[in-house]
Design a binder for this molecule. Sequence first.
Ligand code: SF4
Length: 518
Amino acid sequence: MGDANRFIFGVEIEATRGLAMEEPASRMARLANDLVDFPDVDILGLTDNPGGNPNNRPEALGLQLHERGQEVFIGVSCKDHNRNGIESRLWALGSYGFDTVLALSGDHPTAGYAGQAKPVFDIDSVGLLEMMRRLNEGFPPPDRSVGARIPTMRTGFFPGTAVSPFKIKESEYLPQLFKLEYKIRAGAQWAITQIGYDSRKLDELKRYMALKQMNIPLIGSVFLLSAPAARFFHRWGVPGINASAELVEMANKQAKSEDKGRAFFHELAAKQIAILKGIGYRGAYLSGRPSLRRIETILEIEKSFGEDDWKDFARELQYPLPEEFYYFEQDPDTGLASSQINKKYLASKTGFAKNRKRLIQSPAFTLGKLTHDVFFDVKAPGRKLGELVYKGLEKTPRPVQRIAHIAEQASKIPMYGCQDCGDCSLPDTAYLCPESQCVKNQRNGPCGGTKNGKCEVLDKECIWSRAYDRLKSIGQEEQMLDRPVIFKNGALQGTSAWSNTFRERDHHSSNSEGQKSR
Ligand code: SF4
């Protein structure tokens, strides 16, 4: 990925359940080893328990590939380990020389030994990126119990991140773009898209990144489609991947041909690669468990295309979902994004439109924000009073402190479903509790798993989509992730969050690691 002048090509190698020397793991190992000898493949991506399933560690195969001189990147997700487990894994990855790491929040676990595994999500992809950035600087991540940092040898991580432009609603799509900026500030040095079938959105992402000066290499995902896969995506079988009814219809039609649509799907993948090249992506990343023969075929087809053929392909390969939101108006000449920002969207940000939204604002948001602005914000007029009250309370007997804590909970449980974490993120999430209302406890923006604004697990709207709408009504949605990375402090569980804010013990404090490392 270091050579900026070359379009790179990568292939995903899925780790599997079972020992590395058994089928199907050995089949994937054989493919990976064959690809080492295949000159057109630059990098192999090794997955980390995709779909929330327990698989062999990607490092098991990665080591073999490394020994043969193959560049690989390793997926690290936050679903199966807490921050200590992740840090420990990062030290091991760095020691083995696995520097290119794809940081992911991860899919919600679906399977596990004797039942479903309990998800961890102690930190998220943004926290993981920040952790790698700090390790690269030679400092271990925050350790509040020790109270002092012991400098360590600098790691050489080249962290990457995922981004999904293939979202339907404005309120789930734009936070994805804001989060990409946030991740870059946290240390992401390259990005890879989610799987999708809309060239206009791929172009839009590139244009948006240029507009916001996000100058990191962008790789586009290409999935070798089949009719069953298209139907699976259409049923939202994989969190965050959508397939429109038109795409499924086309895939089903092709599957009726003698070769079950193989030739067609090879050409489709080749066209996607050509589009990515044409738009200006730094590379393409092929997934869908393709065999070596199929990879060769796809690349042969791609090489046979003319220089400008991608323009026709891009116009043709657009399968948005009904009512899908775009940030830019469509360019009638190319069918892709123009430089004009969506006019309806701009109109929705005017004072009149915002005032209408404010009329239907949630009372929990209005009250929470008002309380924050009057008492909790560092510049709030009542802040000093709060600090004095809680300083005094700490000198009172335990039962008095307990009563104050119960009074706090009496308002926060009914209003926000407070879980008493003691490190409150209500002001960060537009007064929606990430502990009780997000299955992944995401405090640093939405994960990529939403389906039409809904949570990938629960049948309810994602809190980040709701937060966007709330903040848009007061014109603050674009700044929703403009802040230091949040690490919840588990030591505060069961203690008064109000006290922790006024006494500067939580993540809002200017002494917190997140605020200091900004
Ligand atoms: S204190 Fe923690 S659990 Fe309670 S509302 Fe705030 S974020 Fe949610």
